[in-house]
Design a protein around this ligand. Sequence first.
Ligand SMILES: Cc1ncc(C[n+]2csc(CCOP(=O)(O)OP(=O)(O)O)c2C)c(N)n1
Ligand SMILES: [Mg+2]
Length: 570
Amino acid sequence: MSKHKMLGSEALVETLAAEGVKNVFGIVGSAYMDALDLFEAAGIRFISVAHEQAACHAADGLARVTGRPQACIAQNGPGAANFVSAMTAAFWAHSPVVAITPEAGSMGLGTGGFQELDQMPMFAEQTVYQVRVSRPERMAELARRCFYLAKVERGPTQLNIPRDHFYGVCEDEIYPTHDLSAGPGPDDALERAASLLAQAKHPVLLAGGGVSQGDAVTQTVALAEYLTAPVANSYLHNDSFPSRHALAVGPIGYCGSKAAMRTLSQADVVLALGCRLGPFGTLPQYDLDYFPAEAKLIQVDLDPKVLGLSRRVDVAVQADAGAFATALLARIRANNPQRLPDAERLGQVELERHRWLDELQGWHAAATTERMHPRALLWELSRALPDDAIVATDIGNNASMANAYLRFSGPRQHLAALSWGNCGFAYGAALGAKLGRPDAPVFAFQGDGAWGISGLAEVMTAVREQIPVIAVVANNGEWGAEKKNQIDYYDNRFVGTQLPGNPDYARLAEDMGALGLRVERPDQVADAVGQAVASGRPCVIDAHVQGGEAVLAEPFRRDALQKAQRLLPK
Ligand SMILES: Cc1ncc(C[n+]2csc(CCOP(=O)(O)OP(=O)(O)O)c2C)c(N)n1
Ligand SMILES: [Mg+2]
């Protein structure tokens, strides 16, 4: 396309189309109505949500399942402000979300007009790039820049547009951004990593989000098999290695797999692949201080800023996880082409896997609770989920317990709130994921509290926009994760943690035009999941589970809480 006269609105929408954007999430607002009016002609679907938080989570979910940058848009001021938390979730997930935030007109900026606030500072810390379109002539250029940097810097960007610039005329050319790919890292780092791993007696791979987001699972499997190295998933990335593989030991981190933690604790060399070794995700869990202090640590990540950030590492490599794994395997193989699978090691892994599964099953099998044990729900759910299911998980006690149960066969199937840890992540993310993968069953797993923050109201979105996601609400009548803190640290003084009088979510769902199912016993779970998937409709499974001390998992922030101490008489 050569240069043409066009409006700012046209420059923006043509750039979105050139970047392959097919869906934009948001709530309508006058500030960008001129651009919105062009969406349909450009082949872009506008997905109208109930709250902008869900729009931003949906763009994030869509970006995570497609690996492509995605966009959300909001009215200036309060609309844009509603993106803030969801943008931060995308930031910690390295998810390329482009938030388009129209703002007050350029002639009125700073005069205290309607819906006016400098809305760039509120995104300053959780974007990899932000820009104010200073003139309509720069609309296409700066929009393109936002897409390019979201891709190459792997994170959210903000395109902030004074609303009058949508109407300005410019002469410009539209063209798409380049896709870049990173290499395997420098030779000397590969050589040091190869020699450490070749000599290791108990090598362990820790597969992070970079393996899933970098589509590097196949390469990681090949490397693990050649080394007979067990593979753990990093915290909340249960999709970074196929769970059925004989070398899979499951996820480390809060409420994760003891098999993974025990195995990792015995490693002499750890390869953290596509992994930032986040401090929360590597804390001691259960009673296991499992991260091996003496092991040699090789860390590989695309982002050089995270290398060696939380731990001292022996080899730090800025590289693409898949390219690194392939080049590393070639080196190890060249040095030792006859290496055989280590049957003894495989046997140990098998033993650990069984030991852990038995323990896990025992936790609910032996329990007698009035309502369904949440772990029985999770046990059944994980067995009923189709192999290609995508699951968005929230934050809460039930959502965290799910870490021990959710198993995936391939990458881009587990979408989690990760270390931003915001309640209300899952449903919005699932909406976006379903648009990217209409062929796959998409689930959102949330507690009843989080469901109230962002979930329930978005069922209206799912129905209106015909996006058949399946919500599973762990309905325990409490903000369980926080209640657990009051049980353990505040002598059962419950303040703000009870959720009495929850409505009938299944009936409510039906009223909203979705399929509503209620599950009260473990033997109903598989049926409900089957029915939900077969219906092809948005569905809410209201799962009534036990709450309280009898079932809640250990506190989230055992690392940071203290027993209540009072110095004053009242
Ligand atoms: C937006 C937000 N607000 C508050 C919190 C603090 N918080 C962490 S877990 C939790 C309880 C979640 O309750 P629920 O969704 O019902 O799940 P449950 O723990 O009962 O399984 C809360 C309030 C948070 N993480 N995010
Ligand atoms: Mg709850």
